[in-house]
Design a protein around this ligand. Structure first.
Ligand code: ARG
Length: 585
């Protein structure tokens, strides 16, 4: 499901993109017309490598090395490159001239977006994320959805799109009969002290136990479902209280996490209830609906069960009830027709892949996902404990997120105290908050989201390696250089690169918009993490090889400017991931 229009603009500061744009017209002319991709890529042997001569030579039936030589001799590369070399079967290795690098560095430094350009045609992107269930514990899967979804919201916004957050909470369905009856049995105050404090599991389990034990309770619960679905006013008030108590708890988690979700973003299953009969009518009218075992179903092609028989998407049960699929189909219609979405992102765990694929397939068949609108399942794997099994608390229960986040902050506070005992109490707790929460988020974001990852405190809080504390520390270290620079009254100047470590850092800084583009195009925040990690490493090596405050004059001013651009890029990148960068730590 590719999105036809490009999501990100070609960066202004990326020498690779610029070289590509420079070369394309010449290649197109050489090819006798048409678009030709010069295929310029980063390289281990040089600053970049042009690979486009090979496919073009094949197309034209000429020798690729000869064509590569022709490209070199065309003079098109001369003003950007200080050296160009044909290699192997017809690659061209290029070294960018230092003048070009210096100029691009100053463009990046003077741009508040550090070279990331706003989309010329903003798209409307709906991001469906977090989506916990009312009166059920938010598990680590919801943590993943919340953290990944929030990073994507920030990234799409930075790319200039108009982003709509939707928190598709599970707030409707059969269990609400028993939950409401249990609420009545307990009395609201008792229920509130449990649910609002986050004892969602206890509440749900107690209701469920009663349901299994007492026929009288079962009867009441069933009647209550009928009342709820029938729109009974008193039942709705009770249901609303239940939802409010749970969302109050979700909000404490969101606040602690520092994510963007607010109450206005709540768009739970209940919101789609009134739309479902219409959805069914439209399916009926389109002739897609059939009956199977008394249920109303649609058979999207390409889905089959274990026996190889066609698999139906059930949209209305035999009993007449609507289900998760009906609600998700109505939700697609709502997002496309009411919100005019161009792109629908579903940040939902991998186990729901088949459900979502079937929903998307049926929506396409029915014409609800027209040409130009894409729906994408942004899937993710599990969070595992050290034992490689699903993460559990010591007592074997599912982990309470608030406890987990509090522990992260406590551990970070201990680490900060050890590293920098001079920080005052208030500063220390602010920094600990940023480090602890940052560590949890970064651990989640930095592995390819489709893979499982192991939740390990020591690893995620380590100041070494691909972790948030490492990146935050690199940032804070640069900020401390500037505190000294201010005392000594020296300031930044024009950047010029000479030393290899300066050049390497500079090229990485200029690659920021390209890394961003790469991450957003595949909804892969981990690619941005990898980029930032490499940036911090290149900074460390620059800082080892190139004295900053101990150098003088223009060199010091230039190196300070490189430091500044590095700090800004680190903090901007972390911000896109929803992570704060402290001034000191
Ligand atoms: N509430 C669901 C769950 O906890 C996730 C909902 C995802 N969004 C959607 N449109 N189906 O599994």
């Amino acid at each position: 499901m590719s999105n036809e229009r490009s999501l990100v603009e070609t960066p202004l500061t990326d020498p690779i993109a610029l070289l590509s744009a420079r070369l394309a017209p010449w290649l197109s002319q050489r090819a006798g017309g048409g678009v030709v991709d010069p295929v310029v890529r980063p390289s281990d042997h040089a600053d970049a490598q042009i690979n486009g001569a090979l496919p073009l030579a094949k197309q034209l039936g000429c020798n690729p090395r000869d064509l590569a030589t022709e490209i070199v001799e065309s003079g098109e590369l001369a003003d950007m490159c200080s050296s160009v070399e044909v290699a192997g079967p017809g690659f061209i290795n290029v070294t960018f001239s230092n003048e070009v690098i210096n100029e691009l560095l100053s463009t990046a430094a003077s741009d508040e977006h550090l070279g990331i350009r706003q989309a010329s045609e903003a798209q409307t992107v709906v991001v469906d994320y977090s989506a916990p269930n009312v009166a059920k514990e938010m598990h680590v899967g919801h943590l993943r959805s919340t953290v990944i979804g929030d990073a994507l919201v920030r990234m799409y916004t930075a790319a200039g799109h108009s982003v709509i957050r939707e928190n598709h909470i599970g707030d409707w369905g059969r269990p609400f009969g028993m939950l409401i009856e249990h609420l009545l049995d307990l009395g609201e105050e008792v229920a509130a002290s449990g649910l609002g404090q986050g004892d969602l599991d206890g509440f749900y389990k107690a209701a469920n136990a009663k349901f299994n034990e007492s026929e009288e309770f079962q009867d009441r619960s069933r009647q209550r479902v009928v009342l709820l679905q029938g729109g009974d006013a008193e039942t709705h008030v009770l249901w609303n209280r239940l939802v409010a108590m749970s969302t109050e708890y979700f909000n404490t988690v969101y606040e602690q996490l520092g994510v963007l979700l607010i109450d206005d973003d709540l768009m739970g299953e209940s919101k789609y209830q009134p739309l479902m009969p219409g959805t069914l009518e439209r399916l009926e009218a389109s002739g897609l609906m059939s009956e199977s075992d008394g249920a109303k179903v649609v058979f999207p092609p390409g889905f089959s069960n274990r026996d190889g028989d066609p698999l139906p998407l059930i949209v209305q049960a035999k009993t007449g009830g609507f289900n998760y699929a009906t609600s998700d189909l109505s939700c697609v219609i709502d997002r496309v027709e009411r919100l005019s979405a161009d792109l629908l992102l579903y940040v939902v765990g991998a186990p729901q892949q088949q459900h979502l694929e079937m929903v998307f397939a049926v929506a396409k068949m029915a014409g609800w996902l027209p040409e130009g609108v894409s729906a994408v399942h942004v899937a993710f794997g599990n969070v595992l404990g050290d034992d490689k099994k699903m993460l559990r608390s010591r007592s074997g229960e599912s982990v309470k997120l608030v406890d987990l986040l509090n522990e992260a902050v406590e551990r970070a506070a201990a680490a900060v105290e050890e590293k920098n005992p001079s920080l005052s109490g208030a500063e220390r707790s602010a920094v600990a908050q940023m480090i602890g929460i940052g560590a949890v988020k970064y651990a989640d974001l930095s592995t390819d989201r489709v893979r499982d990852y192991i939740f390990n405190w020591d690893r995620m809080l380590s100041f070494d390696g691909n972790t948030s504390p490492y990146l935050q520390y690199a940032h804070a270290r640069i900020r401390s250089i500037f505190r000294r620079a201010a005392e000594e009254q020296v300031s930044v100047g024009d950047m010029f690169v000479e030393e290899p470590a300066e050049r390497a850092l500079a090229l990485q800084l200029l690659a920021y918009p390209a890394a961003f583009a790469d991450a957003i195009q595949s909804n892969a925040p981990h690619r941005l993490c990898t980029y930032l990690f490499e940036l911090a490493q290149l900074f460390t090596s620059f800082y080892e090889h190139c004295p900053v405050m101990k150098s003088e004059g223009d060199v010091r001013a230039s190196r300070l400017a490189l430091c500044d651009l590095t700090a800004r890029t680190l903090s901007d990148g972390l911000d896109l991931l929803g992570i704060e960068a402290p001034e000191q730590m």
